[in-house]
Design a protein around this ligand. Structure first.
Ligand SMILES: [Zn+2]
Length: 131
């Protein structure tokens, strides 16, 4: 019997029946593997949502509450909470030209940033070069 899997199932069962108090009782679900976490992050951040830069730095570590994505081109940085999936993504630094300042420190769905990244490449095909 895989104990950690069992614990996870128990937690999930509890959360389904007690969804309204979810955050107070279990602020942390078991985190997915580092590999899976990186995969999910790169899926939601295929490129920078602000400047379309393709080589984002994904800083994910197991057993850490928050992980990070950084754009080495425009300087934008995101913090995310990954548990059984990416729970939220928060912009913690805007681009150097202040893109995203209205979204700063807001907890968003990962899908929001994924859509924004796609919008970036659809509206502007060539990434900006570093200054
Ligand atoms: Zn960028």
């Amino acid at each position: 019997m895989n104990l950690s899997k069992h614990v996870k199932q128990e937690k999930e069962r509890f959360l389904i029946t007690n969804s309204s108090i979810q955050d107070k009782v279990f602020p942390m679900l078991e985190k997915i593997s580092e590999r899976e976490a990186k995969l999910q992050v790169s899926k939601h951040f295929p490129w920078c949502p602000f400047c379309c830069f393709e080589h984002l730095k994904i800083d994910v570590k197991p057993e850490r509450k928050y992980d990070y994505v950084l754009c080495g081109n425009c300087g934008a940085k995101w913090e995310m909470n990954i548990q059984d999936k990416i729970r939220f993504v928060k912009l913690i630094a805007t681009s150097v030209d202040w893109k995203g300042k209205d979204l700063l420190e807001k907890e968003m769905e990962p899908k929001f940033w994924q859509n924004k990244a796609w919008l970036c490449v659809l509206t502007r095909r060539t990434p900006e070069k570093p200054q």
